[in-house]
Design a protein around this ligand. Sequence first.
Ligand SMILES: [Zn+2]
Ligand SMILES: [Zn+2]
Length: 129
Amino acid sequence: MGENIPESMEDLVYWTSRKIGNGNIKAWVYRGECPKCHKGLMGKPIGPDGKVKTRANYYECTECGNNIDKQGYEESLDCECIYTCPECSHKGEAVFPFKRKKYKGVDALVFNCEKCNAKIAITKKLKNV
Ligand SMILES: [Zn+2]
Ligand SMILES: [Zn+2]
């Protein structure tokens, strides 16, 4: 671990940077390699028109075309983050499964501050489409 904030969005499945109360968080998830051929990276499928099908509910390997269900694939990935705790102002890092849980009734990525153990939740942003 270290200050390894990704420089490019290209290899990411997820990226967020936001304020949470008095703290803030930057979190990201790297694309995983294909579990079948181990050569390609899993990404959203690309249609015949060359555009990424962002609404597809599966990921496709760039090399062998292997398909994985979106949810199953995402939950196998790790979310990395750097944060300033909204409770204790501790600056820390965390790695946790990219798996959303219910937090106060909404889907969120939840982890605990490594210092004060406060629950920090990254809730799903409203779609701004
Ligand atoms: Zn593959
Ligand atoms: Zn804390």
